[in-house]
Design a protein around this ligand. Structure first.
Ligand code: S3P
Length: 422
């Protein structure tokens, strides 16, 4: 499996904000992460590929970014763009942020609001803070306390990365805990950061500003959000028995595996180990008869990128699956709530959107034969292709180009497991 995308972005960014050398193995060499690597170079860090998935970063230190000459282009990646906005917000430089048509349509106000409190200024930008925009970092960044309005690791991470440059403590409070890779990795690079429970499902994270981050080694585990595709494929293709190694099992990322098990899926974990605070394990997945379940809204942050492929599993299950609280899906690489419904509908599955919930009627099989519009969204393309493996008639997608943002070897890997593409 390819390296984890979230950890790959963070390893490059924290490497660039550190003093000394950061050696990364297992980096995801997908377009999103390569754009982040390029932006780190443009901001003054030395970033080199030294072998397959092996990279070295020589950083500039906290608040040490140089003025970039050209706009920073993040392509399709909300994570790369929003995290780097946070890091730039704490530096006395001005940078232009841009991306593709999908990224240009996504909301940036959610990160700009707290970054303005830190002292950064938006000098030019589209309506609602849309890209392309010009951000002027703070000369004297302020430590803030910020309660995130939605469960978003991107907002949290942007605030923490800006807070690195501020004196005193920066606090982020989240009502629902989101993935904590930034916190774990900041600690690994030498920052003082404390996370305590807040309310029923939330956290309060406190970072001591102006640490000296030191370059560190990072082993990137396999991405559970990419593993999700072969995992669901193995569950629905009769006779499958698949082993995936070193898949990250951070509990804030494994909501899909929990849900698939509740549906009756056979997913066994073994050889659990950890690196830089991130647990990983070997997964054995065997074809299973799945049944519909109800997925509670509080599980959404731990499987936010996996609802598309879960909807595919739900279509092959027996009975109704109700996925609750999916509002955030509307602002991903595409409007994934609408796109999931459309993907299933054109392939003969009964599906309904009710408020922020998605309801899929599983009938144990999918008629297929539909043409799925991918809307510049890698996960729509991969989900639709997995559906095509077992649908009564093959499934077509209009565009596979965006798969390269997160899983460049998806098609050869699936072919090696026996899938047929034409
Ligand atoms: C990510 C956070 C999530 C997720 C994205 C990666 C990250 O977005 O959808 O693919 O690496 O921080 P939000 O934090 O906006 O929910």
């Amino acid at each position: 499996m390819p390296g984890d995308k979230s950890i790959s972005h963070r390893a490059l960014i924290l490497g660039a904000l550190s003093v000394g050398e950061t050696r990364i193995s297992g980096l995801l060499e997908g377009e999103d992460v390569l754009n982040t690597a390029q932006s780190m170079r443009a901001l003054g860090a030395k970033v080199e590929r030294t072998g397959d998935f092996a990279w070295v970063v020589r950083g500039v230190g906290v608040a040490g970014f140089a003025q970039p000459r050209d706009p920073l282009d993040f392509g399709n990646s909300g994570t790369g763009c929003r995290l780097v906005m946070g890091a730039v917000a704490g530096c006395p430089i001005t940078a232009v942020f841009d991306g593709d048509a999908s990224l240009r349509s996504r909301p940036m106000r959610r990160v700009l609001d707290p970054l303005e409190q830190v002292g950064a200024r938006v000098i030019a930008g589209g309506e609602g803070g849309r890209l392309p925009l010009t951000l002027q970092g703070a000369r004297n960044p302020l430590p803030i306390e910020y309660r995130t309005p939605v469960a978003s690791a991107q907002i949290k991470s942007a605030v923490l990365l800006a807070g690195l440059a501020a004196p005193g403590t920066t606090t982020v409070i989240e009502t629902e805990a989101s993935r904590d890779h930034t916190e774990l990795m900041l600690r690994h690079f030498g920052a003082e950061i404390v996370s305590v429970p807040e309310g029923a499902h939330g956290r309060r994270i406190t970072l001591t500003g102006q640490p000296e981050l030191r370059g560190a080694d990072v082993v990137v585990p396999a991405d559970p959000s990419s593993a999700a595709f072969p995992v669901v494929a193995a569950l629905i293709v009769e006779g499958s028995d698949l082993i995936l190694t070193d898949v990250m099992t951070n509990p804030l990322r494994t909501g899909l595996f929990t849900t698939l098990r509740e549906m009756g899926g056979s997913i066994e974990e073994s050889e659990v180990r950890g690196d830089a605070g991130e647990p990983m394990a070997r997964l054995r997945v065997q074809a299973s008869r799945l049944r519909g379940v109800e997925v509670p809204p509080e599980r959404a942050p731990s499987m936010i990128d996996e609802y598309l492929i879960l909807a595919v599993a739900a279509a092959f299950a027996e009975g109704r699956t109700i996925m609750r609280g999916l509002k955030e899906l509307r602002v991903k690489e595409s409007d994934r709530l609408a796109a999931t419904a459309e993907m299933l509908r054109v392939n003969g599955v009964n599906v309904e959107i009710s408020g922020d919930d998605l309801i899929v009627e599983g009938r144990g099989h999918v008629p297929g034969g539909g043409l799925v519009t991918t809307h510049m969204d890698h996960r729509i393309a991969m989900s639709a292709l997995v559906m095509g493996l077992v649908a009564d008639k093959p499934v077509k997608v209009d565009d596979t180009a965006f798969i390269a943002t997160s899983f460049p070897d998806f098609i050869p890997m699936m072919r090696s497991l026996g899938a047929e593409f034409s």
